[in-house]
Structure formats: C-alpha cells, structure tokens
Design a protein. Structure first.
Length: 451
C-alpha cells in the first residue's frame, strides 16, 4: 500500500467530488425558513444532494436577501446569502393564499422533510404546520427552529442570534475576568451553530424512519443548542460556584493563551502535557523552570497566581520573536502554536484550498466567489457546490413543471392570481444587471431559449 497521506489525499480529492454519488440524493425538502438559522439546516442537506425547495413570498423574499453587512452588495446580491442558500431551488409562493396551500400540500405528498423558523405557532396558524402536513404525509420529518422552543413559558418571546447568545449563558462566559464587559460571539454563531444541529437532528430522524417507516416532529431551540456547547451549569451544580470568564487563556492548561509577537502577529499557543511544556521551555532557554515548584506540573501551573506569572514569562518571549519564527520553533521543539488568521489569510490559504475547505467557485450567473467547502470530508459521498443563490422565484417553472407536472397554462393562471411571482428591482432579489434571464434555460424551464 502507498503511504498513508498519499492514500488519504487521493481518497478525499475535492476535484473528484462531482463524480461521486450524493448521500442525500432523492431526499426532498420544503424549506419555509428565512434569514440564517433554518436556512443553514436546509442548506447542509442540499450540500449532500437533497432537493431543497426554498419557498419565499413573491416580490419581497427572504429578509436576509437585501440585509447585507454594512450595506455592501456584490453583483446586486448579499454575498453572505450565497453561502447560506447555495444549491437550493427558489420557489416564490404567497403562503397566505388558499391557492398557495394547495401547491404546498401537493408538494408535501412527496416531500421527506419540512424546515420552518416562523414564530412558534405561525406555521400551524397558516395551516402548514406539522399537524396539517403530517396528515397528508405521515412519514414527514418536520423541523421547527425557534429561539425558545415550541412549548414552555418563553415560547412567544421574540428572539434572534444575540438574544439566544444571552439567554443560553454564552455571553456570561465570554470576556475577561474582573471586568463587567461582555462580548457577543462574532457573526451569527447563535444561528449557524443551531442550524448545524438542526441538520443533525433531521439526519437522525431520517435514519429512524428508514428502520421504522415513521416520521416525526423536531423542535430545536437556539438557546438550548448553544447551552449544550457549555459545561458551566454542570460545574455550578456540583461546585456551587461559577467557572467565570477566562479571557484569552484556557483554565485547564498553562500556558495556553493568545499572545502577540514582535511583528504584531497574534498566535495561539497551548501546551497540553509535560512533554510539550518541556519543548517550549527548551525553545525559550528556560529549562530551569521545570524545577520551579510553581510549574512542575499542570496542576501547580494552573493555580491562578502561578498561571499569571508563567503566562507573562511566555508572553515576553513571544514578543521577542516574529510570528514566523515562533511557528518554526514550535515545529522544531514539538509544542503547539498557530497564527491567529483573519479573513484575508483564510481566503488565500494554500492548504485550505488544497483540501477544498475554501473554494473559489465559478458560478454560471455570478462568476467566481470564494465560499466555504465542507466542514467534514466524506470519501464516498462528499458535499459539493452546484450553484450559488438565485434571484427570487428563479426556479418557479422548473419546480412547478418538473416536480408537480403543471402546464404553462397552470403556471400563467397562478401568476395572474398572484399565487406565485418573482422579484422587484431591489438588490438581493434580482439578478446581476449584466445577466440575461431571457436566455437562461433554468429560469425558462420548458421554453425554448437562445443560448
């Protein structure tokens, strides 16, 4: 057998992903969700081959379409939107109309999964909730995403990412000891993390359905999902005190901090065992510290007063070297260190591109865009990106004709009754100005077009 790393490089080669089967091919998902939490759960399924049909209101669409960071658009689109909704089919249907519900019920007959993140009870009030859909299709797996859950005294409270971060306890641990400053987790981790757990819950339900033939209802609350990432409440229950905030240091091992180098680079440095600590001291030419009773074991080093002293010693040494020098010394002396990377270095990271972790994807409508690759590499059924986000209602004809067997006359009638529609002139909803939809075979599915 060839050497292990040549073997794994060939096994997970991202260039071969498109030629491999899709794990979720044949799974159909109705995605009623909006913004980030629910859409991420559905998009993860789409990345592995599920047929995800995203339903939006005509002429307005998802709230996140035009809500880009700092008001900056890319080719009349929210660039973050592409990462959240790639690989989906976009159907624009007015959920408030009875005629629309006929369409949804028809799609539900052959659907496997429904995802929604309206305020609790809203889907039920609109007659597209679990109790209604499960009567049409008892095998349906129905995921409801919310901040506080579908039942309980907090169910009607409004919430978003920041509220979930606060209510979960995450914010109480994020910051520096001895201060009253708290720091929001960056971006919208209170949406992205629960969205991943939502997809995981769907996969467990699909597995159970394969064995039992039974569908089920899934209730995922942001506050509970984020809380499951923490152990502080367990610690408090037995110790009667708080873990407290630890800033940039790890309270379970010392040294383990974010430190700044001579050339102003930030580095993460952490020694998890005595061998690594010894390697660091050897690099610092401070082997004498091995016999210092304050630092002879991780237990003694972890005492707060000792940890502060040792961290300062290490910090001073790091300040005397450049970031590149620290990394090279760490490799040579076998202790862990890594540069704290930013957006620019991640986008241009050669090793990430080689692994397909960061992908410069060439889309037929938008051109090249840097997007995230898979978070887990599957050798047999890898994820892939087939297309980026699309304008509002872009797949109306394809979904209605191919999936539901409707005629052109049926579609024209739905358009006249305003059951379906497309986009207005707002950024985030429409295609790039240079793109000619009249020549797009997908947008005009079933029509002859000039290409």
């Amino acid at each position: 057998m060839e050497d292990y790393f040549s073997y794994t490089e060939k096994l997970f080669n991202p260039a071969e992903a498109a030629g491999k089967p899709e794990a979720l091919k044949g799974v159909r998902v109705l995605d009623f969700s909006h913004v980030i939490f629910g859409p991420i759960a559905a998009r993860l399924l789409a990345d592995y081959g599920a047929e995800v049909i995203k339903l939006e209101l005509p002429f307005s669409g998802d709230l996140w379409r035009p809500a880009t960071y700092w008001g900056k658009y890319w080719k009349h689109s929210n660039p973050i939107w592409h990462n959240i909704t790639k690989n989906k089919y976009f159907l624009s249907v007015n959920l408030k109309l009875d005629k629309s519900k006929e369409l949804i019920y028809k799609m539900a007959e052959t659907a496997d999964v429904v995802v929604e993140n309206f305020a609790p009870g809203t889907a039920e009030a609109w007659k597209i909730g679990y109790s209604q859909i499960s009567k049409i299709n008892p095998k349906i797996i129905f995921l409801s995403c919310s901040t506080y859950g579908q039942y309980g005294p907090m169910r009607y409270f409004p919430g978003w990412d920041l509220l979930a971060q606060g209510a979960s306890g995450v914010l109480s641990l994020n910051g520096y000891p001895g201060t009253d400053k708290f720091y929001k987790l960056p971006d919208y981790l209170g949406d992205f993390v629960p969205g991943n757990f939502g997809a995981l819950a769907i996969m467990m339900a699909l597995y159970y359905r394969n064995k039992s033939g039974k569908g089920q209802y899934i209730d995922v609350a942001q506050t509970e999902t984020l809380m499951r990432l923490l152990s502080n409440y367990t610690f408090h229950s037995v110790m009667g005190g708080e873990i407290g905030r630890t800033g940039n240091s790890d309270p379970t091992m010392v040294p383990a901090s974010i430190l700044q180098s001579k050339d102003k680079k930030f580095l993460a440095l952490a020694c998890t065992n005595q061998e690594q600590f010894s390697g660091l001291l050897n690099a610092m030419n401070r082997k004498d510290l091995l016999t210092d009773e304050r630092f002879t074991s991780n237990l003694t080093r972890s005492k707060p007063e000792n940890a502060r002293v040792l961290t300062e010693i290490v910090s001073d040494w790091v300040k005397s070297k450049t970031g590149a020098e620290i990394i090279n010394i760490a490799i040579d002396q076998s202790f862990p260190a890594a540069e704290v990377e930013d957006d620019y270095t991640i986008c241009n990271s050669s090793w990430r591109r080689a692994r397909g972790s960061v992908v410069l994807f060439k889309d037929t409508m938008y051109g090249e865009l840097m997007i995230a690759g898979p978070s887990a590499q599957l050798s047999g059924t890898p994820s892939r990106t087939k297309w980026l986000a699309r304008p509002l209602g872009y797949h109306n004809r394809l979904v209605l004709k191919k999936f539901l067997g409707m005629s052109d006359e049926d579609i024209m009638d739905l358009e006249k009754k305003k059951v379906i529609g497309t986009f207005d002139d707002r950024p985030g909803l429409k295609p790039p100005v240079y793109y000619n939809l009249a020549e797009d075979p997908i947008y005009n599915y079933g029509k002859e077009v000039n290409q």
